[in-house]
Design a protein around this ligand. Structure first.
Ligand SMILES: [Mn+2]
Length: 313
């Protein structure tokens, strides 16, 4: 039993303001050797339709994640116990002004993680990054399910002639047969739109969309049960856009929408997803330039830790 008095040489047990700020203070291991869960950054925000800055998300989430500890007080899971959890670095981009080229780099990076036998856990980046992640995780023959927490369905069509943007990843993934719409639940949706085609697309494809009003009416426990029913036993991905949370907690994001999920509801909800067949996850849309107190990045790091605990189960 390691205690605070005899922690040995493990940097995770050093005082938390020390050492290099990797995700959760896990070892930095870009070679992926023996890694079970690979945390990585996708420092890209070329897909935003409004306020930029999410390219700075991974670094600031790393910084705030120094505040995380090992044992989850609610579930008693210690994700570091008996498995290798590592920070494997950021996706390297061959080009940064070409969304299609960026997508190819993200896909190749995640494919390397999967081929090494590790489960990928990303810090974005804007939400456009999840589409190339899905290209590495799924095929039309073996589509995946998804639990998606967000203010927006992100199933919109092209924006000003560009189909790769942060409002479209799940339409692209669904059109390509990578995402099974009948095993998809979108939670926390809200905010006025100028066109309804994203909402319509999700409904037409058969995705389960829980608008924030229904979320409030149902309560967290019923939403958890609904999500578990929708995704079932099949391979499932968790994608958490911090704009699903109310901007009083997460103001530092590209497209904030008031009237959202509280951080306490979000943590309770995530803890309800233990034991599902989870194949990866991400936390996206933390935009440090709009986050003067650092709290959005702290929330992002905490959500990432909770998803890490789920992936470890
Ligand atoms: Mn989103």
């Amino acid at each position: 039993m390691t205690t605070g008095q005899d922690a040995g040489d493990n940097p995770m047990y050093e005082p938390r303001y020390q050492e290099i700020a990797t995700f959760m203070r896990a070892p930095f291991q870009p070679d992926l050797e023996g890694v079970d869960i690979a945390m990585y950054g996708v420092a890209y925000d070329g897909g935003v339709t409004n306020r930029p800055g999410a390219r700075h998300g991974p670094r600031e989430i790393r910084n705030q994640s120094s505040l995380m500890r090992a044992i989850n007080h609610a579930t008693k899971v210690n994700p570091f116990d008996g498995r290798v959890v590592a920070d494997v670095g950021d996706v390297r981009f061959s080009q940064i002004y070409d969304n299609a080229a960026v997508n190819a780099d993200i896909e190749a990076f995640v494919r390397r993680i999967v081929d090494a036998g590790a489960i990928p856990l990303a810090a974005g980046g804007d939400h456009s990054i999840t589409y190339p992640i899905f290209r590495a995780l799924a095929t039309p023959a073996e589509p995946i399910g998804m639990i998606h927490i967000d203010a927006h369905t992100d199933t919109w069509g092209p924006f000003r002639g560009e189909k790769f943007h942060h409002g479209s990843p799940f339409r692209l993934a669904c059109d390509e047969g990578l995402l099974d719409p009948h095993r998809t639940i979108q939670i926390g949706i809200r905010g006025a739109q100028n066109w309804a085609d994203g909402w319509d697309y999700s409904a037409e494809q058969g995705m389960r969309v829980v608008f924030i009003e229904e979320f409030e009416e149902m309560g967290v426990q019923a939403v958890v049960e609904e999500a578990r029913k929708v995704v079932g036993d099949g391979p499932t991905y968790i994608s958490f856009d911090v704009d699903g949370i109310d901007p009083v907690y997460t103001p530092g994001t590209g497209t904030p929408e008031v009237g959202g999920i509280t951080t306490r509801e979000a943590l309770r909800m995530l803890r309800g997803f233990g034991g599902l067949n989870l194949i990866g996850g991400d936390v996206v849309e933390v935009s440090p330039p709009f986050d003067p107190t650092g709290n959005t990045a702290l929330v992002g790091a905490t959500l990432m830790y909770e998803i890490l605990c789920l992936l470890a189960q």
